[in-house]
Design a protein around this ligand. Structure first.
Ligand SMILES: *[C@@H]1O[C@H](CO)[C@@H](O)[C@H](O)[C@H]1NC(C)=O
Ligand SMILES: *[C@@H]1O[C@H](CO)[C@@H](O)[C@H](O)[C@H]1NC(C)=O
Ligand SMILES: [Zn+2]
Length: 988
């Protein structure tokens, strides 16, 4: 295997830098990481003070307002001053420590520093006095993020740290002190990124109480059912006081606790009181933890802007508390970091409670379930998901098109803007929907800038690959039938780029004004198409943004990691398509599925899979929960951006019946349902599809009645679920859920609806012995099964009160339409299959929703020299393999991630090891060498070693014995495994 990079040259270079910088300590090998940890006292209780700041990458202010300290009228917070001040204070005493977490901010600050400051900071990092923890671009949300975007944002931050500081910049510990519940897939990813441990602050209040009593606040999380232990084992610590200091010890300028007044000649000498309170606090805390080490988080949101206040008082605290040791005290307090604390826990050589489920949902009190944000801001959640798709396409085309994609006929294209905008959007107040409105707009604006640069890159790359530099239009409004080019053109060309490593077929609906078109594929073969009338709901929704009367519908195919081109031209003098019929036929059927509707109500009534000869009763309707206004007897908690709290357990039906129209032709069948002026849906079955599409449109949600509304759709089926349902974790492994139940403690259920909601990122399903009904979604949402046989998904929320968790605004999105309220449209895909190990189709279906084909349009017919079809792969990858990442890393290297997309035991056909040949992957990019890396791509796999932890129950994990790869080029993937490679390449 070829070694990567110019290692020798770089070593020499950094050696020279060291000599020039002139700090005496630089003559030594840098001692960072575990080796730099302070000494502790084995026979005492050691209290690790961890100075830290929690810097939200946008929340009440935008990320840049936070960075600069702008708009301090909203919240006093300025990250640049924090870093200035901390660096100053760290230099005053070598025992002082600080950790920094959010690379999005550190990157901004570092760019602006002079060489002299950079040298000082580098030295602090090399000596472990300033330590990076977590290190992603942001501290991601865990409920509403998709694993692909999480891996990207971690990679972005970790790469910046490695590029800037080398190995001493590599974080050992994952640190999610604020996210509102914790996903098992996040733990699995952190383990695979090489983290030795994980700390967080929030978990269900009942769970916390139980763990305190059982001394199980520190545990071993076995985060995958498929990966053999300890691959996805992660030591997990729950912090004693969220992420705040203990009561009485907050010395930030934003706090009001007394400073240590230690001059006996002055008034109010309080050293004795402070020391006593501290010893008491430490002893109490040690009772709920297992070892003679405890941790205290000395900091909070945006603290340390004037770090002198904190350090001056902590210096004194350490001096006076340890001063008591001479008098027999057995408490030793020290400046420390999460990794130094973790190292001591590891040295304790204890065993730790094993956990295999997750930490959702999170409740901080009996009526305070943080399950609303699973759905909050559904339009932003969708835009974030689409942006991920475009980023992956942009990354791939940057590799396939080579350097000319960054600088070509359409100007300077780039994937960097989108990568950073997506990094920011993963923050736990971004895609989660818990930010202020102006901040939500800022996230969207950043993504939009990312789109602009990616679209230029895509055009440049496709010009390289196709040989045609015709201008392309990207029609971003296709979901509301808006595309100026197709609406007016008599002849146009459409390319379909497929970012998946498997061939796809896909249905397009293009807004047009003609009544018939000829469509031909890249081989010149005619493609069946149909023209249908645009629905009233769509016309209202698009307003004056488009003027098409009709939609042209046809199926397209595209090769793996490539494009195919279609030519479309208007046929003159053809009759208009028949208008939608006001009623019947109330059955839709193709080769695969049969769907019936109840003629009396217009609602779905059954779904049958004609291939497997399965049939279920299935009705579906829309409802809303009346959001609590915070004024009832049990609790004054209202529903808000974070919290879901209906004030009754029975949702209101929007309409018992739907007015329907039907459309039927050889390409598509639709039943268009109107439930009310603000709720409509198209139930759609394409001729060649194995799934049923439900395209819902909701809004503006009325609020003139003074009632906040949380709108759901509910599927009621004949499936015998007995309280069980299934939800995915960050789009990957699926967890079993059970109504009114938690696997790890005896639940006292106090919110029968909100307390049963779970996040879904890409799918949920219900099943019994005979059948499985799967719903694949197009964005993250909240879901539950409140009664047997039923699955409900929350689609939209409009609320009139703030839920008192800090955002200070009701979640009342108005959108473009003005005060009327935001209208949201989305899609659910339904499949009916045998349960478990049969031909399960939800994996590829869900990946196809996440990575959608990118359509681009050009006016007229393609030039004869244009290459109409292209695949970047030599062949499609095996069905079990998902191509997770193809991204330019350096001028001569490409980051590649291959993923086994099935769980073990999930599919008879596909839950098997599968081998891919890296050299035979690409059709045009020549692979010269490959080196395996950790999942976060900041460490060579061969150098990766993690601390080992022993569970108190179950099996201790022997090192996994995976069979060696068949050859250096042929790599084997086991179920749910992701392997990351840096490829040395030659590109055209
Ligand atoms: C840790 O504990 C195990 C079992 O009690 C023991 O076998 C092992 O030697 C211990 N390791 C260390 C480093 O003390
Ligand atoms: C980390 O960065 C250094 C340069 O600081 C580079 O030489 C090295 O290859 C990087 N390591 C990885 C694993 O990317
Ligand atoms: Zn936060």
């Amino acid at each position: 295997m070829a070694a990567h990079g110019n290692t020798a040259v770089l070593v020499l270079f950094s050696f020279l830098q060291v000599c020039v910088s002139g700090f005496p300590t630089n003559n030594r090998e840098p001692v960072c990481g575990y080796k730099s940890c302070p000494a502790t006292q084995p026979s005492m209780l050691n209290v690790h003070l961890v100075p830290h700041t929690h810097d939200d990458v946008g929340w009440l202010k935008t990320v840049d307002q936070y960075y600069y300290g702008d708009r301090n009228d909203i919240q006093h917070a300025g990250v640049q001053y924090i870093l200035d001040s901390v660096v100053e204070e760290l230099q005053k005493d070598p025992t002082r420590r600080f950790i920094y977490v959010e690379s999005a901010f550190f990157y901004r600050w570092w760019k602006q520093q002079k060489q002299a400051t950079r040298r000082i900071v580098t030295q602090l990092v090399n000596e472990g006095r300033l330590e990076f923890i977590n290190g992603g671009w942001c501290m991601s949300d865990e409920a509403t993020t998709h694993y692909s975007a999480v891996i990207d944002q971690m990679t972005l931050g970790l790469r910046f740290l490695n590029d800037t500081f080398g190995p001493c910049g590599r974080p050992r510990v994952a640190w999610h002190i604020d996210p509102f519940g914790h996903a098992r897939e996040h733990a699995s990813m952190f383990a695979q990124m090489g983290y030795d441990g994980f700390f967080f602050g929030r978990l269900d209040y009942q769970d916390r109480e139980r763990r305190k009593k059982a001394k199980e606040l520190e545990l071993l999380w076995r985060a995958s059912e498929s990966l053999s232990p300890p691959t996805a084992d992660l030591f997990t610590g729950i912090l004693p006081n969220g992420y705040n200091p203990p009561d009485g010890f907050c010395w930030d300028q934003s706090c009001t606790d007394s400073p240590i007044r230690d001059d006996p000649d002055l008034e109010d000498f309080n050293v004795h009181d402070v020391v006593q309170l501290f010893l008491e606090t430490a002893h109490n805390q040690s009772k709920i933890y297992k070892t003679n080490h405890i941790i205290m988080t000395m900091g909070s949101d945006f603290q340390y802007e004037n770090a002198n206040l904190w350090y001056k008082n902590m210096d004194k605290l350490i001096r006076y508390v340890n001063g008591q040791q001479a008098a027999g005290s057995k408490v030793n307090v020290l400046y420390s970091t999460p990794s130094c604390y973790l190292q001591e826990l590891h040295r304790a050589n204890s065993t730790w409670a094993l956990k295999t489920d997750d930490f959702f949902p999170y409740a901080d009190d009996a009526h305070d379930f943080w399950t609303g944000y699973f759905t909050s801001r559904p339009a932003l959640k969708r835009y974030e998901r689409q942006s991920n798709s475009l980023l992956q396409t942009c990354n791939q085309l940057e590799v396939l098109g080579g350097p000319r994609s960054r600088s070509g006929p359409f100007g300077k294209g780039s994937s960097d803007f989108m990568r950073r905008a997506m990094g920011v959007a993963q923050h736990h107040d971004a895609v989660s929907g818990t930010e202020k409105q102006h901040v939500a707009y800022d996230y969207a604006r950043r993504l939009a800038t990312g789109w602009d640069y990616c679209q230029i890159l895509v055009m440049n790359s496709l010009a390289v690959l196709s040989g045609s530099d015709d201008m392309r239009a990207f029609c971003e409004g296709l979901n509301i039938s808006v595309c100026p080019l197709t609406e007016s053109s008599k002849m146009f060309t459409m390319s379909v780029y497929n970012p998946l490593a498997h061939p796809i077929s896909w249905y397009v609906h293009l807004p047009v004004n003609g009544s018939a078109y000829s469509v031909t594929d890249a081989q010149g073969k005619p493609v069946a198409s149909a023209v249908i009338h645009i629905s009233k709901a769509t016309q209202v929704l698009r307003g004056d943004r488009g003027f098409a009367q009709n939609e042209l519908v046809f199926q397209v195919q595209a090769p793996p990691l490539g494009y195919s081109t279609y030519s479309i031209s208007l046929l003159q003098n053809r009759p208009l398509p028949p208008p939608p019929r006001p009623k019947a036929p109330l059955t839709m059927q193709n080769k695969y599925l049969k769907v019936t509707f109840d003629p009396a109500t217009g609602l779905l009534s059954s779904l049958s899979n004609l291939e497997t000869k399965q049939s279920i009763q299935l009705s579906q309707n829309f409802y809303w929960y009346n959001a609590s206004a915070g004024n009832n007897e049990e609790s004054n908690q209202p529903s808000g951006a974070y919290i879901f709290r209906p004030n009754t357990s029975t949702p209101f039906i929007i309409s018992k019946t739907a007015k329907i129209q039907t459309v039927q032709n050889g390409v598509v069948q639709e039943v268009r349902q109107v439930f009310s002026p603000w709720v409509s849906q198209v139930v759609r079955l394409h001729e060649e599809s194995r799934e049923l599409e439900l395209e819902w449109t909701i809004g503006p949600v009325p609020f003139q009645d003074g009632l906040g509304k949380e709108v759901i759709t509910r599927l009621d089926s004949s499936i015998k679920t007995a309280g069980y349902f299934y939800t995915d974790s960050n789009g990957r492994e699926v967890l079993e859920r059970r109504r009114d139940y938690r696997p790890t403690w005896k639940l006292i259920q106090s919110e029968p609806i909100a307390g049963n909601y779970y996040p879904i990122n890409s799918r949920a399903y219900i099943k019994d012995k005979e059948a499985q009904l799967t719903v694949v979604t197009d964005r993250s949402q909240g879901a539950s099964s409140i009664v047997d046989g039923s699955l409900e998904i929350m689609l939209h929320r409009r609320l009139l009160y703030d839920d008192v968790r800090g955002v200070g605004e009701p979640l009342n999105e108005t959108g473009e339409a003005g005060p009327e309220g935001l209208v949201v449209r989305g899609r659910l895909l339904l499949t009916l299959t045998p349960p478990d190990t049969a031909a399960n189709t939800h994996r590829p279906l869900a990946q196809g929703q996440v990575l959608q084909p990118l359509l681009s349009f050009t006016e007229g017919a393609p030039k004869p020299s244009t290459r109409l079809q292209f695949s970047g792969l030599q062949a499609a990858l095996p069905p079990a393999v998902h191509l997770l990442t193809v991204s330019q890393w350096d001028y001569d290297s490409v980051l590649l991630r291959l993923e086994h997309q099935y769980q073990s035991g999930e599919s008879k056909a596909f839950s098997q090891p599968v081998t891919v040949n890296l050299q035979k992957l690409f059709s045009q990019v020549e692979v010269l060498g490959a080196t395996e890396m950790s999942l976060g791509a900041n460490q060579w796999k061969s150098e990766m070693s993690r601390l080992d932890w022993r569970p108190s129950t179950g099996t201790a994990a022997p090192p996994p014995k995976r069979p060696a790869d068949p050859s250096p080029w042929e790599v084997t993937l086991n179920p749910m495994e992701i392997r990351t490679f840096l490829l040395r390449v030659r590109q055209s």
